[in-house]
Design a binder for this molecule. Structure first.
Ligand SMILES: Nc1ncnc2c1ncn2[C@@H]1O[C@H](COP(=O)(O)OP(=O)(O)O)[C@@H](O)[C@H]1O
Ligand SMILES: [Mg+2]
Length: 358
């Protein structure tokens, strides 16, 4: 809809009647000179309610105030402005708009008014919100599953250790008792009992290993620092990797969620060093700084090959996710020359006396 006085009125009309967005021209006093048909539809009015009228006559005062302020800012700065706004339309629906306002200059370069375009982005906003909500839900689910898995592992580990471990020990004691009372002849009976006793011994060793791999009881009983020492010792014993340990203090007890996350991250990082880095040594440094628990696991190996598929890096992704769930972060610094350093930062919450997880 163009003003009658506009010289190229019909050209403007052809444009303004077909633009799917709200579009308008205003003079320096924020008086409407032309608006698109979509503008009138959103406003629920006809051209004579808008053209030639001041902004404050067209819009309710709270909205008009914002529009006048942005008009003035554009006129004063001579610069284009872009912002998102939320407004109730003629049909009473709350809608979101992406608005751009720019100055119009005459041939002499003087600013004579403003031009604006407002795009309805309500649907885009709704999908963005839906996406954010579904991400938040996924995050909650992942947190819940991680905690449930950790608790389940702790329960199975304890049951293996306390229950099955006791049963096997009792069985072994009875076997030893039997062996002592069995007549020396026939010798095959004693030999068979000896074999059963060593099988029971091996079963106890296997069971301890399985329970520890599920969840090291040391983490719940003695805390994070001892558990990290144990990890380092295992890497040295089984991976032939010397691991230097540096703690700035070792008198802290942590919230169980923090110590579990820290332990699992260090465990994954150290496993990666042993499996992938070809390092000759590694170092774990634990520091406490401004309410943060900082752990760095570094190696002098070959660095992370950046061409390895990002989608397959579930171990690294898992570390990041664990840290993020607690408001922390994981940073990876890697080069072929200097090796790899994984730094985890976790908000450091101390809790009361260490307690066993159930
Ligand atoms: N300390 C390291 N040194 C060298 N390469 C590493 C190191 N840590 C990780 N990587 C590389 O990053 C990849 C992804 O690691 P990760 O997500 O833990 O998956 P995975 O250990 O199952 O392969 C590894 O396959 C390896 O190529
Ligand atoms: Mg890994």
């Amino acid at each position: 809809m163009a003003t009658e006085s506009s010289r190229d009125g019909w050209i403007q009309s052809a444009l303004l009647d077909n633009i799917p967005d709200m579009a308008w021209l205003k003079d320096r006093d924020s008086r409407y000179l032309a608006v698109s048909t979509t503008y009138l539809e959103a406003l629920g009015g006809t051209a004579d309610r808008v053209i030639g009228r001041m902004t404050a006559e067209v819009w309710p005062s709270d909205i008009a105030e914002v529009y006048l302020r942005t008009d003035r800012a554009v006129l004063r700065s001579g610069r284009r402005r872009r912002y998102e706004e939320c407004r109730r339309d003629a049909d009473g629906q709350l809608r979101w708009y992406d608005t751009i306002k720019s100055p119009i200059r005459n041939k002499a370069g003087r600013i004579v008014g403003t031009v604006g375009i407002s795009r309805d982005i309500t649907e885009r906003k709704a999908s963005e919100e839906e996406l954010l909500a579904s991400r938040a839900q996924l995050r909650k689910l992942s947190e819940f599953e991680q905690r449930a898995r950790e608790e389940e592992r702790a329960r199975i580990a304890r049951e293996l250790h306390d229950e099955l471990g006791q049963t096997l020990t009792a069985m072994k004691l009875d076997l030893v008792w039997l062996r002592e009372r069995l007549p020396a002849e026939p010798a095959t009976g004693v030999a068979r009992l000896n074999r059963l006793i060593s099988i029971a011994d091996q079963a106890v060793v296997d069971l301890r290993r399985i329970a520890t791999e599920l969840r090291p009881i040391i983490l719940d009983e003695l805390g994070l620092h001892c558990a990290i020492e144990w990890l380092a010792q295992s890497a040295t014993e089984h991976g032939a990797l010397p691991v230097q340990l540096v703690f700035d203090r070792n008198d802290c007890t942590y919230d169980p969620d923090v110590s579990t996350a820290a332990f699992r991250i260090v465990q994954e990082a150290l496993t990666n060093v042993v499996r992938h880095s070809r390092a000759t040594s590694a170092r774990i440094a634990v520091r406490h700084l401004d309410g943060l628990l900082l752990i760095e696991v570094s190696d002098d190996g070959c660095g992370i090959n950046s061409s390895a598929g990002a989608g397959d890096r579930l171990g690294l992704a898992g570390m990041r996710e664990r840290a993020r769930l607690l408001g922390g972060s994981v940073e990876i610094d890697s080069s072929a020359v200097q090796g790899t350093a994984v730094t985890v930062r976790l908000p450091f919450k101390t809790s009361g006396p260490r307690r066993r997880r159930t």
